[in-house]
Design a protein around this ligand. Sequence first.
Ligand code: DX5
Ligand code: ZN
Length: 228
Amino acid sequence: MSLRPLIIAPSVLAADLAHLAREVRRAVDGGADWLHVDIMDGHFVPNISFGPEMVRTLRRVAPEVTLDVHLMIEQPERYARTFIESGADVLSVHLEAHQNIRRTLATIRGMGCRAGLAINPLTMIEVALPLLSRIDLLLCMTVNPGFGGQAFMGEVLEKVRAARRVTREFDLPVDIEVDGGVDDATVGPAVAAGANVIVAGTFLFKQQDLGAAIARLRCKAAEISSAG
Ligand code: DX5
Ligand code: ZN
């Protein structure tokens, strides 16, 4: 478990894009803390999603919400500035993408944006631990990146536990995010392992009452917190 505040971040990838503004309002007015925005380039992952224009649009539709932008792209350092200028508040780059990771993280922070480090399910946590003092958020993928609607990989929680142990031991102010396959059954174990930022796409946007679904995630997380 984590003492950091619980943050629910609906993933726009699962929204009905024919009604984007309405979907965003549904999420934000329903109690979302952040909006998670998946950027895919067709190289780093086998899918193509949105570009900076999407971030600009979301910024316009919901100026008050924290935009959590997840870059699943090669050479993220080439685009970091553009996404920050477009309105990203948190910008995550993948450890597996080709770049000088320390330089990219420093560039992001240097622009006044929160820096996130994302790792794929098969990436060992030991590679990420030395970077914890240089980041604001560690994004642990709980599915292989590229598509929404996949099944949660519970084995990733061992890495969440390991990272949370280190942030506690060294008193590092790092949020730990789980992304992929999170629903009302998997949120509890994720929070118990130490995650405090919960991305959910399919589970939230498929509900008629998105606000009630967010409340359900909070409730499941609280049950764990009070049990611990
Ligand atoms: C997957 C993306 C996720 C995705 C989550 O590559 O990074 O953010 O939108 O969607 P669900 O919650 O449907 O697994
Ligand atoms: Zn994502």
